[in-house]
Design a protein around this ligand. Structure first.
Ligand code: ADP
Length: 174
């Protein structure tokens, strides 16, 4: 926990399609925090540095994103949504949630999104190999990284309830 912030910063991460945006927006609305979608920040500030043909996606200018968000993150009170976690400064986050979704459920969600077969396969494989979870555990202290299920609306409600309890506890401890 960072003692200098009045409100915490939360990172919601996971493979694309696991439900990051849905949950992060719910948290922000319920707790009156600011929702920050890194993809949108990058688009608005033109923070890309090329295209990854293999992954079929733009390459993020990570240093640029950090520069743009640094002061806001120092103030606290943000819910950040991104499918990677390791390039952010560790000090930015008080807690990290890694969403996990069963392969078949994820496959269907990504298919509905109109992703190519290759892009679906890449993302489902990323989820099978728990890439984002391992990456988050390597980048942040174990005790602040929480793996949470994101298969059903009930999962989402449970996750939201638990996160709201955590926020209340955080407020009580500061
Ligand atoms: P991400 O931001 O990780 O790419 P989204 O939040 O856009 O994922 O969610 C992908 C799709 O899955 C959306 O259609 C969303 O409504 C649905 N979804 C997200 N979380 C859940 C959940 N817990 N249960 C059922 N559907 C969900």
């Amino acid at each position: 926990m960072n003692g200098s912030r009045k409100l915490p910063n939360i990172l919601v991460t996971g493979t694309p399609g696991t439900g990051k945006s849905t949950l992060a927006e719910e948290i922000a609305n319920s707790a009156n925090l600011k929702y920050i979608n890194i993809g949108i920040v990058a688009k608005e500030n033109d923070l890309f540095c090329g295209y990854d043909e293999e992954l079929d996606s733009k390459i993020l200018d990570e240093d640029g994103v950090i520069d743009v968000l640094e002061s806001e993150m120092c103030n606290g009170g943000n819910v950040v949504d991104y499918h990677s976690s390791e390039f952010f400064p560790e000090r930015w986050f008080d807690i990290v949630f890694v969403l996990r979704t069963d392969n078949t459920v994820l496959y269907t969600r990504l298919e509905k999104r109109g992703y190519s077969a290759k892009k679906i396969q890449n993302n489902v494989q990323c989820e099978i190999f728990q890439t984002i979870l391992d990456e988050s555990k390597a980048a942040y202290k174990d005790e602040i990284v929480h793996e949470i299920p994101s298969n059903t609306p009930e999962d989402m409600q449970n996750n939201l309830d638990q996160i709201m309890s955590w926020l209340q506890q955080w407020a009580a401890n500061t």
